[in-house]
Design a protein around this ligand. Structure first.
Ligand code: SF4
Ligand code: SF4
Length: 632
């Protein structure tokens, strides 16, 4: 029997890439794509394979271009990123079609229907249609592995990049996946600009036509569940994880022998003959796909289609079984294909409604250094303008110190824009921008250069926690740790700031709230001085979760019983937002959740009792704070 392993979807993709002979891989971390690179590292290590290169690139454009360069020399190269990450490499993606490849090139973009951890539900398949690139859409981890392998064959055969679009429910599902041998492709590395004599536009059109023909062939990726359906009233077309859900939905209700499903794995170019042939057999067709109507918009005749385009299926969000039940079962009932509609359990509904589950918005972890920095900012200048950025620290919005969060690196540009706009009207409110260390390297450098060059004045706080925490603790360029967990060249943030001409630079431990406040005040003062410019503060504190995982966190503080000293003023809860601080409504006092408090002691700064010598802890000196908190 073939060897199998239960794999996470992203590991299955990694396996497929390696089995196809991928020897060059670059990525920028972003949920839900981040585990593909660790998957490559896992299999490479496990099977002691050599000559497979992978890197965490500084951003998605860098990842795209280094890997594309490798593919031009004959390598099988791939990249991975989340869907909004691909936006950073748009231009590279568009123009990459015009250079015939010598090797294979696969672009893996992980979409986030819902969305669960992104700003938008952006559907990469639409981009493939718009840019005229082939798009594959796996339904489960097993198929994701097969498609990863196939993508390279397709890319090399037609000499263009192939988009492999996954979604979080495929990337983060686990399935028993058959394993094939990891292959090495022996092709001499060479580079020359090849012109095939065909005008660019013609080449794309011809290539897509040929690919469409290939997709028309009977394959596992595009298949019909019932060859001879017992009825002609309704059929389903489904793609990606929506296919897997539709299949379970029909199986669970005993409908899979009466409702045929056409599964589409090759979404663009659409195997039109196959799709239209299927549609023409039925009076009505439901199309289940996430997140946009990528299949639906490619159909010329939408007369009998029930989908997202015409609003019958909600135009946003995931299509779970509850959505299918809501939109599909009434149709079956109307067509007399089912006798009864399921009746809602009134008692259950009532019980659910009576449960008052408090909303739990995401918050920074207990002990997070970002919270300490945000607290200091708010204490120093509560009325400032606060451009923010993308990372864990976007959650500074809970502490009212993040006003904007547009995209990676936007904090610096917003700060410059805010400064200039007010300056034109003769005003200069304090502008305090925050950006994470990885985001600073990703997209902050050229923006900062522009701001310094054009004389903008604002405070930029670089929150340096040494990892890309939100996406799984990948190392940042500041540490110099490589994707292989080896020590490489560390890039100093201070050095970058100096090179960019920032005249005011302070490095402060984010936990030292008093020093942070003082540095921020000096920074704002500097922005108003005659020689003023950008004032940069590097707020350093290792991510507490990372520190814990490395065994770098010491035992907790000795606490006094909070209720003895707490007056119930709630100042700490209101200004500090630590999940370990809990309000006890019966005792009307704050308590500390011992199970999650890490004993960082930073909330001492927020407690007025501390100033009179009491507070929540018996120690005023902690592992993190070598010095007592100063009196006000
Ligand atoms: S993961 Fe780390 S950086 Fe992110 S909120 Fe938690 S402690 Fe802070
Ligand atoms: S010491 Fe205070 S700030 Fe730190 S984790 Fe515990 S409750 Fe939160």
């Amino acid at each position: 029997m073939k060897q199998q392993e239960i794999l996470l979807g992203n590991f299955a993709i990694a396996r497929g890439l390696l089995e196809a002979g991928c020897s060059f891989f670059a990525a920028y971390p972003g949920t839900p794509s981040s585990e593909i690179l660790p998957g490559l590292a896992y299999f490479k290590e496990k099977e002691k394979k050599k000559n497979i290169y992978f890197e965490w690139s500084t951003n998605e454009k860098v990842a795209f271009e280094v890997a594309f360069g490798a593919a031009l020399t004959g390598k099988r190269a791939a990249i991975a990123m989340k869907q909004v990450g691909l936006n950073v490499a748009f231009e590279s993606l568009l123009h990459s079609r015009s250079i015939p490849l010598r090797g294979g090139f696969v672009v893996i973009s992980a979409d986030d229907p819902g969305p669960q951890s992104s700003q938008t539900e952006q559907d990469t398949r639409q981009l493939g249609i718009f840019y005229q690139l082939p798009v594959l859409d796996p339904a489960n981890p097993r198929e994701a592995r097969e498609m990863a392998r196939y993508s390279f064959d397709l890319s090399e055969k037609f000499r263009i990049p192939v988009l492999l679009r996954t979604t979080h429910r495929v990337s983060h599902a686990r399935q028993n996946v058959p394993l094939g041998p990891i292959r090495s492709v022996r092709k001499a590395t060479r580079f020359s600009i090849e012109a095939d004599g065909i005008p660019y536009g013609d080449r794309i059109t011809r290539t897509l036509k040929s690919i469409e023909k290939e997709f028309e062939k009977e394959s596992n990726f595009n298949r019909v569940s019932l060859k001879y359906p017992p009825q002609k009233k309704v059929g389903i077309i489904a793609a990606g994880v929506s296919y897997a859900i539709a299949k379970d939905f029909l199986d669970d209700r005993g409908l899979s022998t009466s409702i045929p499903v056409l599964k589409i794995g090759t979404v663009h170019p659409l195997p039109r003959e196959k799709v239209e042939g299927f549609i023409n057999q039925f009076e009505t067709i439901f199309i289940f796909e996430e997140t946009d109507a990528a299949i639906e918009i490619q159909l010329q005749d939408k007369e009998r289609i029930f989908g997202r385009w015409n609003g019958i299926i909600p135009s946003e969000g995931e299509i779970g079984p509850e959505v299918m039940a809501r939109v599909f079962l009434p149709h079956l009932h109307h067509l007399k294909l089912i006798k009864d509609l399921p009746v809602e359990d009134a008692e259950l509904q009532q019980a659910l409604q009576s449960m008052k589950i408090p909303p739990r918005p995401p918050r920074l972890c207990p002990g997070c250094g970002h919270r300490a920095a945000f607290f200091a900012i708010r204490q120093a200048f509560p009325e400032a303008l606060f451009p923010g950025d993308i990372g864990c620290y976007t959650l500074g919005v809970n502490m009212r110190v993040v006003d904007t969060c547009l995209d990676m690196g936007s904090s610096v540009n917003f700060a410059a824009g805010f400064y200039q706009a007010f300056h034109q009207d003769g005003k200069q409110p304090p502008v305090i921008a925050t950006i994470g260390d990885s985001t600073f390297f990703h997209a902050g450098l050229s923006s900062l250069l522009a701001a310094v060059k054009s004389g903008k004045r604002f405070v930029l706080i670089i929150l340096d926690n040494e990892v890309v925490a939100m996406t799984g603790m990948q190392p940042t360029p500041g540490t110099g740790i490589t994707a292989k967990k080896e020590q490489g060249n560390a890039i100093s943030i201070r050095g970058m700031l100096e090179a960019l001409g920032v005249p005011f630079i302070r490095e402060v431990d984010a936990y030292r709230v008093d020093e942070m406040i003082s540095a921020i005040c000096q920074g704002v003062e500097f922005t108003k001085a005659p020689e003023g410019s950008v004032a940069a503060i590097i707020a350093k504190r290792e991510c507490i979760i990372h520190a814990q995982s490395q065994g770098r966190v010491q035992p907790l503080l000795n606490r006094v019983e909070a209720t003895k000293t707490c007056t119930g003023c709630r100042a700490c809860i209101n200004s500090f937002d630590c999940p370990a601080l809990i309000w006890n409504p019966e005792r009307k006092k704050v308590e500390i959740d011992e199970t999650i408090c890490v004993g960082c002691g930073i909330c001492l700064y927020a407690c007025p009792q501390n100033r009179s010598g009491a507070g929540l802890f018996s120690l005023q000196q902690t592992y993190f704070l070598e010095h007592p908190i100063p009196s006000p």
